[in-house]
Design a protein around this ligand. Sequence first.
Ligand code: 4AD
Length: 436
Amino acid sequence: MNQAEANQTTIRDVAAHVGQTVRIGCWLTRKRSSGKIQFLQLRDGTGFIQGVAAKNEVDEATWAAADRLTQESSLWVTGVVREEPRSPSGYELSVTGVEIIHLTSDYPITPKEHGIDFLMDHRHLWLRSPKQHAVMTTRATIVRAIQEFFDTRGFTQVDAPILTPTSAEGTTNLFHTKYFDEDAFLTQSGQLYMEAAAMALGKVYSFGPTFRAEKSKTRRHLIEFWMIEPEMAFVDHEENLRVQEQFVSHVVQTVLAKNAKELATLERDTSKLEKALAPFPRITYDDAVKFLNANGFPEFVWGEDFGAPHETAIAESYEKPVFITHYPTSLKAFYMKPDPDRPDVVLCADLIAPEGYGEIIGGSQRIDDPALMEQRFDEHHLSKETYSWYLDLRKYGSVPHSGFGLGLERTVAWICGLDHVRETIPFPRLLYRLYP
Ligand code: 4AD
């Protein structure tokens, strides 16, 4: 190992090298010069740091290289690590050497403001910005916190197929494709497969991409989004809600503990997130309708579905996420179990995030009675032949069971405080956007 390699480190690890000379592979994000000093804003994927090159302290070649550096050029920088309380990272680099790896010209994303379409067209480059870096880092924490929650509570991760012969959530937004000579669809939800897996493994969850050909151009809709779908045998509606509130609290607390720096970059008001602790308030659909009628939506009629403005109005009454439970049977999916005391509503809940971020979870207790399930198939005009494997689950040792699906991107949008889900996923698939 030569001297340069011995000193090699990353921006994340500079704290361990105060007073030492280090070498870091990085990119230049911005440069400011006072004539005698060049301030180099550097990033290496692990973090951001300022490098300071003083003309009277560096050799001529280093000064000339620093001078030539353009935005997003790649380089090896050498320098002495100093503590600098005024810098966001807490450290600074007194530059002693600059070795250009690749000199960039005409980087498209300049420090000026760009329109959203331009940024989306350059998503592959936009990801390099501090804000996007903070979102992706936080998303990764959320993914790990999700898996950790279920892995430490006796759940087995089971993967659901992406190509399916049937739909789980209605037929209006299915992505169709050919599967050799058969018709196939990209999965809308792994739920039905998780129900099969729960009968084999007890408590399971899937975590994967799901697809909905929704012609909705809203700030909450993606065409391709990631869903975590736990399914639990011998668990009823009440217990299902308890798992959900513990789960969401765990995810929020983990991000608060691990991503303070990122949340600061995103200017997230964390005092609002700190309130997302279980238990969460609950309101029935009936009471939500009464609330809406008295608070700005006098025309809203029992039996209609809530839109974003309704959800926001309800969520505004609470500081925590709120469950809306017992929706009309006619509004919800075929597999939801009717309330035994009131069959016109189902044992279901949507979890609405605070601050107008909308529904992040949809879940329910499932029908376990074989005769009722067959009746639902008839009512919904579903083919008992195509779904015969699913009906088998009620034929052979049917048990009460429940589950839910949490949309990862809406959760990231809420926790990061982002206006739109398009920034929560590295390469968003939106209505009319498949590039890059
Ligand atoms: O309420 P949904 O449609 O529920 C299901 O798919 C069930 N099969 C889940 C289950 O019980 N296993 O969707 C669940 C969540 C929503 O609450 C939302 O967070 C997210 O998935 N979601 C979307 N996220 C982004 N873009 C879209 N187009 C979404 N559609 C649903």
